[in-house]
Design a protein around this ligand. Sequence first.
Ligand SMILES: CC(C)(COP(=O)(O)OP(=O)(O)OC[C@H]1O[C@@H](n2cnc3c(N)ncnc32)[C@H](O)[C@@H]1OP(=O)(O)O)[C@@H](O)C(=O)NCCC(=O)NCCS
Length: 155
Amino acid sequence: MENGRTEGVPGKIRIVKMEKSDVPILLEYGKRHWKDEGWLTKEYLTSSFGQAGLSYVAKYEKKTIGGVILVYEDIVRNWIRYVIVDKEFRNLGVGGRLLATIFSHMKAGESVFVDTGVTDKKAIMFYEKMGFKNRGEVKSLYENKSAYIFLLPKI
Ligand SMILES: CC(C)(COP(=O)(O)OP(=O)(O)OC[C@H]1O[C@@H](n2cnc3c(N)ncnc32)[C@H](O)[C@@H]1OP(=O)(O)O)[C@@H](O)C(=O)NCCC(=O)NCCS
């Protein structure tokens, strides 16, 4: 937040369906976090959003402050392609609410997968906190970098 104050902010954050117009700002947050990573392009986000799946954003007042994109069909079913929260709004429960929203729109008993860089400690802690289990490492998933595959066994 501009003045560093967050009291009362979570209560003013709404989770709503993502629209195509959210792509540029979600891309910008991602570019700030994953600097110079080739996989993160406008085409990646646009095509992920365009696939059958579930996509939601978090809004604070009129500003989009984060988002999640899950596609139903990838290497496996129910793959989370993207999760990002604007740095100024992290640790306020926004990421958790975005995931909870997609889970609430899935059938009971479905599994969810997501990948994360092996060095991305915060994301790893986040997924573990959300109930995901680390199912192993894939070498060179992102160009020369390795990833962990996380599975949430059942909604
Ligand atoms: C990962 C990310 C989406 C989490 O969003 P967030 O809104 O900050 O997460 P929440 O506030 O909902 O946190 C949910 C839980 O995750 C854990 N967590 C989140 N950030 C954490 C951190 N920096 N350190 C330790 N635990 C953390 C906490 O246990 C938290 O639960 P609590 O609030 O009960 O303590 C956000 O940090 C982000 O955008 N990171 C950069 C992009 C990224 O890594 N995306 C995912 C990788 S694919």
